[in-house]
Design a binder for this molecule. Sequence first.
Ligand code: ATP
Length: 285
Amino acid sequence: MKRPAANAILQPGFKFEDMGIGGLDAEFSAIFRRAFASRIFPPGMIEKLGISHVKGMLLYGPPGTGKTLIARQIGKMLNAREPKIVNGPEILNKFVGQSEENIRKLFADAEREYREKGDESGLHIIIFDELDAICKKRGSSGGDTGVGDQVVNQLLAKMDGVDQLNNILVIGMTNRKDMIDEALLRPGRLEVHMEISLPDENGRLQILKIHTAKMQENKVLDKDVDLAELAALTKNYSGAEINGLVKSATSFAFNRHIKVGTVAGISDDIENLKVNRGDFLNALT
Ligand code: ATP
C-alpha cells in the first residue's frame, strides 16, 4: 500500500477490536482524540487553525499494562513505518559516552526524509521504553558524571527541532512519571500524558478473551473454563500477568500428556488436549 502523507493518515479499515488490547478502550480513544485526530484532518485544516500536530506523548503506569502494545498499535493505525523502540538503560549503557550521538541518530532518518519529501514523508515513530532511565530530572543524578543531564538536553533539543517536522511522533513510556524531567513534558514536547493503569474486572475479562481466543477457536479450551470467574480471581493482575497465567495453565494441561519413563515422550491422546478450569486454578496458586 502507498505510504500516505505525514499529515493525512489512518489505516483504512482499522478496528479497535482487532488490536488485541483489552480493557483500554477509553484510554485509546482519549489518546486518539488528543494526539492523533489532527493527523486525519482534511489537508490545509491544520494551517487554517494555526496549530501543529502533537509530536510527543507519554504513557505511564505499572509494568505490563500494555503501554508497548498501545504504542505499536498506534503505529499500525497511523500506517507509520515500523517504530524504532529504544530502551532507556540500553541507550545509556550500551555505548558508554555515545548516548547523545545515539539520540541524534534516532531522529536522523526522519529528518532526512522530511527534508526530501516534506509532508509526503511517512510517519516515523520513536518509542522510548523506560524513559525515566535517561530523562531523570536534571541535577538529580547526585554524584554521576552528568551524562544523564546531557542526554536530557539532547532529547529536549531534538524534540524542539521536531516542531519543524510533521513526520515524527515520539512516545515515551515509564513506570515513574514523577522522575521524568518536567521540561520534557511541556507543550510541544511529550505533551499528551496518559495513565495506563491495572485493568479492572471487565478489562481482565477482555484480556482473558484475547489471550484464549486461539484456544477457543481451535476448541482446546474446556467448557468448564469460566473466563468471568477467572477475571474475578485475578484482581491486581496486569495484562502481562494474565498472559502469563494463560501460558502457565497451558503447560499444566500439556503436562498431563507427557509420559516420563525410561524415555520421556508425549502420550497418544495428545490430540485430545484441553485446557480446563483446574489448569487455570493450578496456575493461579
Ligand atoms: P513495561 O512497563 O514493563 O514495559 P508495558 O506496559 O509496556 O510494560 P506491554 O509490554 O505492552 O506492557 O505488555 C506485555 C504483554 O502483556 C503484551 O505483549 C501482551 O501480551 C500482554 N498485555 C499487557 N496488557 C495487555 C492488554 N491491555 N491487553 C492484552 N494484552 C496485554
